[in-house]
Every structure is written in C-alpha cells, then in structure tokens.
Ligand binder design. Sequence first.
Ligand SMILES: Nc1ncnc2c1ncn2[C@@H]1O[C@H](COP(=O)(O)OP(=O)(O)OP(=O)(O)O)[C@@H](O)[C@H]1O
Ligand SMILES: [Mg+2]
Length: 415
Amino acid sequence: MAQQRSGSRRAGRSPLVAALVALEQLPGALGTALLALGVLVFGLLVAVACLVGVGLLAAPAAVRGLHAVADRERSRLGRWGPEVVSPGPLPERLRAAAADPATRRELRWLVGHGTGGLLLSAIVVLLPIYAVRDLSFPLWWWAVPPGAASDSLTFWDVREWSDVPLVVGLGLAWTTLSLLVTRPVAALLAGRGRRLLDAADVDLPLRIAQLTATRAAALDAHATELRRIERSLHDGTQNRLVAVTVLLGAARRAVPRDPAAAEEILERAQSAAEDALAELRSVARGILPPVLADRGLAGALSGLAATSAVPCQVAVDVPVRCAASVEATAYFLVAEALTNASRHSGATRVAVDVRSREGRLGVRVTDDGAGGAVEGAGSGLVGIRRRVEAHDGTLQLTSPPGGPTTLTAELPCGS
Ligand SMILES: Nc1ncnc2c1ncn2[C@@H]1O[C@H](COP(=O)(O)OP(=O)(O)OP(=O)(O)O)[C@@H](O)[C@H]1O
Ligand SMILES: [Mg+2]
C-alpha cells in the first residue's frame, strides 16, 4: 500500500521535479564513484606489487577499502529508497575474499562504478552547471575582459551581442539534455548498485543452498557427537560401574565368610568407582570444556599450549567474548591441531594466533613440521571442518610436502 502510494506520487511528478530529485542524488553518486576509482587504482597497484612478490601485505587493506566504499554506497542508496541490506562482516584476507560471492559482487560494482559510473555521474552533475552558466550569459558576458567571454565549451569567442543568442541556445540545449538524462542515469546507477550490493535478494538461492548444506553438516556433526558421547559412556563409565556393582556383590557375599578378602574386593570396587568418575569428567570436558567458562578463551588456549608436546606460542587478541559454542569450536580446533602437530608433523614449534575483528573470530595454527596433512585421512580434521561449518564459518588447511602446516578458521562470533 505504502509502495503503491509512493509509486503514484512518483508517477504524478512533473519531469522537471523528477529530474531535480534525481539530480539531488548524483553528487553523492559522484562522490562514491571517486572513492571507487581510488580503491580501484590502489587495488591495481597492489595486484602489480603482488605479481613481483611484495604486495601481499597490502592486499587486506585493498579488500577493506572495497568493503568500505561498498558500505558507503549502500547507505547512500538507502537514503534515496529502500534500505540496502549489508551482507554482514565480509572476509578481508585475499584468498577468502576471492572465494566469497558477496565480495566478488562488490568488486564488479566497484569496477563499473569507478569507471563508467564516474563518467556518467560527472557528466550529469556538470550539465546543469553548464546550463545555468550559458543561460545567464547575457547578464555578465559584457563585464568580463574582451576575449574571456565564451560559451561553456569555449566554442565561440563572444565579442558582439549578436553572438549571445547562440550561447543562450546552447544553455537551453544543456537544460533539455539535463532534463532528459538525469533521471535515467540516476536510476541506472542506483539499480546496478542495488542489484550487486543488496544482500537481501542477491544470490538468495545460493545462500539457501549454503545454509541447507551447513545445517545438514551441523546435524551430522551433532549426531556424530552424540554417538561419541554414547560410546564413551558405554565403553568407559558404564563398564566401570558394572564392575563396581559386581565387586560390591562379591564383597557382600564374602563378608560373612572371609572379611579380609571382602576388604580387598571393596578396595577394587572403590578404585573402579573412581575410574568411572574420572571417565565421566573427561566425557563432560569433551562436551563443553569447563576451562572455557572459568578462564575464557585465552586462558583455555594457554592451558592447551602448556600441555602440548611441541613447544607452543599463543597470541590471543579477543576483546569481547564470543558465544560459548564458538569458543568451544576454536578450542577444539586448536586442541586437534596441537595433537596432530605432535603426532604427525615432527615440528619443533607451533604458533597459535586467535583474534576477533568486526564480529568474526579468526584462528590460525601453524607448525614448522613436515607438512603433508590430508583432510579425510583420519576423522580429526573432518570433524573440525564440520564443527566450523556448522557455525557458518570457513576452514582452510595448507600443508605442502616439506611444511609448514597451517590450519585457518574464521567464525562468526555469534554474541
Ligand atoms: N600437522 C600435521 N603435519 C603433518 N601431517 C599431518 C598434520 N596433521 C594431520 N596430518 C596428516 O593428516 C592426516 C589426517 O589428520 P586427522 O587429524 O584428520 O586424522 P588423524 O590425526 O590421523 O586421526 P584422528 O584425528 O581421527 O585421531 C593424519 O593422518 C596425518 O597423516
Ligand atoms: Mg588428528
């Protein structure tokens, strides 16, 4: 209804008013187009520097610039129409950004807006300036020094009043052209921006497919986790408790006949009960490590590093806490990477780097071992991928023969 009303209001506008409204938008478009050109030139310089092997460090800055200009255009478009939904925090690292569909669409928008968009918006902003200048020409041309009076494009050097109508005619032509092209150009720039930058409807089927896949993986991971807990309880705790009941029965029967033997059986029952308790504790720790709640992510990771068989350096920069399940995923990832490093890599040191920025938690574990890690050869890395993707995060493993091995994950903080 509201849309219909605004539609009929728009339909009732005179071409002049519609052109003026469209004209209002174009200085903003020109501004974002200039920014887009700046980022484009910077990105090209970084790409050239990368080719000669020195630009990799500046690549995240170029990606950040791309996101920033795209966000500015989103808010500009939002001021002149429905809100343009931001896709949320986007990756900044070059490889993740190159694989991210929303970032690729932002790049397409940037290239078009920083070149063609810049040209069109500059022309449309200049047209009314030229029109006013040439239409007002009779009022001031005689006051400027001889030889300095000409039309806006300097076609005519005006020295006589007889030439003045030509300039005014040109002013009328600029006015007509401005009325004709301002609206279509504003609509073209806005339409393209909305199509490429709005996360609400762009690639919705792809997003649904991704979420369906990660939901299935999450359910799968959940079922695997339940099976693991069930196996631990069955094979560990339950067996020990069965032993406790058997031993207690034997002790009861032995008490009247042989109290000394009964005492020895009771001692065995007690130690079986203690084992069952220890098993239970370790199962509970595997579900959600209590150390996370007690000491936070930084403390929990330092604890892991302290017990690692390979010397491990931990750097954590996480100013605000993430959701408990996200912290647990980061914790299990580091635990698996440290176990793998000590079991398979022959590394002499491991570095763990965890930081959060713009609502995303980045985790990187690097060992200087022999490399050659293969996802799928065991269940550890596959399980970590499932956990990470269940949170809509990304996981990358690089482990060339000869090393080093790096496991990188990025997770939405979710709090
Ligand atoms: N840091 C590493 N350095 C070298 N090779 C590795 C490293 N991490 C894993 N690998 C190799 O990749 C394989 C897969 O690792 P993954 O963690 O998935 O399984 P696993 O450690 O063998 O078994 P599980 O984790 O299920 O107990 C390992 O068998 C090992 O050969
Ligand atoms: Mg493993």
